[in-house]
Design a binder for this molecule. Sequence first.
Ligand SMILES: Nc1ncnc2c1ncn2[C@@H]1O[C@H](COP(=O)(O)OP(=O)(O)OP(=O)(O)O)[C@@H](O)[C@H]1O
Length: 254
Amino acid sequence: MALLQIAGLSKSYDNETKVLKDISFNVEAGEFVSIIGPSGAGKSTLLRCINRMVSISSGEVIFDNAQVTSMKKRALRQLRTNIGMVFQHYNLVPRLTVIENVLHGRFGYKSTLQGVLSRFTEAEKEQAFYLLRKLGIEEHAYKRCDQLSGGQQQRVGIARALIQDPKLVLCDEPIASLDPNSSKIIMDHLKSITSELGITCLVNLHQVEVAQQYSDRIIGLNQGEVVFDGSNYQLTEDKINRIYGTQVRELITV
Ligand SMILES: Nc1ncnc2c1ncn2[C@@H]1O[C@H](COP(=O)(O)OP(=O)(O)OP(=O)(O)O)[C@@H](O)[C@H]1O
């Protein structure tokens, strides 16, 4: 069975306008899937429905055989432990050190008291350093996060997601705030999460060509609907036009 199954998913924030309309697709374990589409197409909302950061208006999201749509508190906590999230603006605690931010990824496994006291095991600390080494930022472990560049901060965000030991990592425009060099470093790391660690990745992207370069599969959203679902080779100019409408030329040449 697919790791993630989405069937007939619709979302409205105001009970009037549907931001997502009858979305259906599956993601297999070990896939690297990009979601592309113009601004406002519903890409972030879709990711937020998957980990229930927003409620689902109708339809089904099934993750790892569990029905996400109806999950209550305890089940949601478990879900979010299994799903790591990487954000455009990193969502780190700026005044805390890199290593502290990474260890925050373990909070889902702790009791409230352990969390408040920041009690982490030696194995968790070793794993945090291992991940920082893998991501090439171990030397910054004791620096405050706000002393790091954007690209370095995003690598901290990736380490924090990975230390959760997730089955799926959701990335919401992970390179939208980064220069081309840092973007490449981040995309290479995200790709290796799937190719080396076997963790499934679902990545929202603005840049078509980045999606084409890195993805096993691309899903195109337009006005809340899936208008393309296929491989890079199937994403012809016609299909890109269907996804972006008239904005296509501008976006492709960015
Ligand atoms: N919390 C919210 N409350 C009300 N409307 C929202 C909320 N979040 C998003 N929307 C609306 O839902 C629609 C889809 O937004 P969403 O952020 O999911 O699109 P997106 O494809 O990720 O866009 P972008 O690429 O610009 O981030 C937009 O019209 C947006 O204004």
